[in-house]
Design a protein around this ligand. Structure first.
Ligand code: TYM
Length: 350
């Protein structure tokens, strides 16, 4: 950059998953599976976001066990908690601290545009918690307290990541003077890059190809849960909605066929292929044939993860020790950022 050296950001991955129950295939293919792949390339921090989980409903009787279950899913899927960091958000107070600063950076107009808030709050907006409204500021704090450069998420989080960039940009602009004096010529916070993509960035309901697969869908048949056994997986795939046509041999043929598109995307995600590659093998196949292959693949890939999760949650002491160790290492990074932020903003600190 002319006139100044660019702030060098250490490449770091951060992502989070809410402990709200029913972890499903969408969470796995859109997020967790990619967390596992990224740990070969970069330093990664993966967080169970328990403070986000209480924004919709404060009292959650199973919060602790669900936090342990998401942790178990991370470990069972293959995240290495020794080489990387796995912890729960509330054990590192800097998330909530930076979130407050970001509440003062973000504008009400920005948050008013968040579609997830509109969906979650529904018609009774006046009665939604302030926490639900400010949710994206806490999410920005999760990411930026580690000055993370890359965030793998499913497509539904795209708007929140754009807001994270807006917050970083505004903070950097507002404090441009002090930042330059401190040597951060391009701004203190990185403009984080979302990692969204692949054939399963948006996994849809098995009952309705136009609706997202979701934890909160009342129909359990709409999703494959990570803890489903082989029989349940097979049944749900066999019952999945389809149309009467055979599969197309080209990807373009999936355009107006949401259910076919979804099942091909799921297969591609599980097999680590593109949709075109899947269709090269199954073009012109009937759904009965394709579904049998998908059942075999899903059981082979998800079965061992579900079994390992069950084994891990049986030992909550071990999981809590993993989380405590991760929190300690996360806090060391986050506290350094908070010291800088306090200096930049002008808060007297210890
Ligand atoms: P959450 O807990 O709803 O979902 C966790 C991850 O799963 C992805 N996902 C999907 N991907 C594909 N298809 C689907 N049907 C599907 N459903 C969910 C989500 O995109 C997400 O990646 N706000 C976040 C949690 C969060 C966070 C963060 C993420 C808090 N702080 C910081 C990244 C960085 C959420 O509610 O995800």
């Amino acid at each position: 950059m002319a006139g100044g050296q660019m702030t060098a950001f250490k490449e770091r991955v951060f992502s989070g998953v809410q402990p709200t129950g029913n972890l499903h295939l969408g969470n796995y293919l859109g997020a967790i599976r990619r967390f596992v792949q990224l740990q070969e390339e970069r330093d990664c921090i993966y967080c169970v976001v328990d403070l986000h989980a209480i924004t919709a409903q404060l009292v959650q009787p199973d919060l602790r066990s669900q936090t342990r279950e998401v942790t178990a899913a991370f470990l069972a899927a293959g995240i290495d908690a020794r080489r990387h960091i796995v912890f729960n958000q509330s054990q590192v107070p800097a998330h909530a601290e930076l979130s407050w600063i970001f509440d003062c950076v973000a504008r009400i107009g920005w948050l008013n545009r968040m579609t997830q808030f509109k969906e979650m709050a529904g018609k009774d907006r006046e009665n939604a918690s302030v926490g639900l409204f400010a949710y994206p500021c806490l999410m920005a704090a999760d990411i930026l307290v580690y000055r993370a450069t890359h965030v793998p998420v499913g497509e539904d989080q795209k708007q929140h990541l754009e807001l994270t960039r807006d917050i970083a940009q505004k903070f950097n602009n507002d404090f441009a003077g002090p930042i330059t004096e401190r040597g951060f010529t391009e701004g203190y916070f990185p403009l984080t890059e979302p990692l969204i993509g692949g054939p399963a960035a948006r996994v849809m309901s098995l009952r309705d190809g136009t609706k997202k697969m979701s934890k909160s869908d009342p129909s359990d048949n709409s999703r494959i849960n990570l803890t489903d056994d082989a029989d349940a997986i097979a049944q749900k795939i066999r019952k999945a909605k389809t149309d009467p046509e055979a599969l197309p041999s080209e990807e373009a043929g999936l355009a107006a066929r949401p259910e076919a598109d979804n099942l091909v995307g799921i297969y591609a995600g599980l097999a680590d292929q593109t949709k075109a590659e899947v269709l090269a093998g199954y073009g012109n196949a009937q759904f009965s044939t394709f579904k049998s292959a998908l059942v075999d693949l899903a059981v082979a890939k998800l079965g061992p993860i579900g079994q390992e999760m069950t084994r891990l949650v049986a030992d909550p002491g071990h999981i809590d020790a993993v989380l405590a160790d991760g929190a300690e290492r996360a806090a060391a990074i986050a506290e350094e950022t908070m010291r800088d932020v306090k200096d930049i903003v002008g808060l007297i600190r210890r």
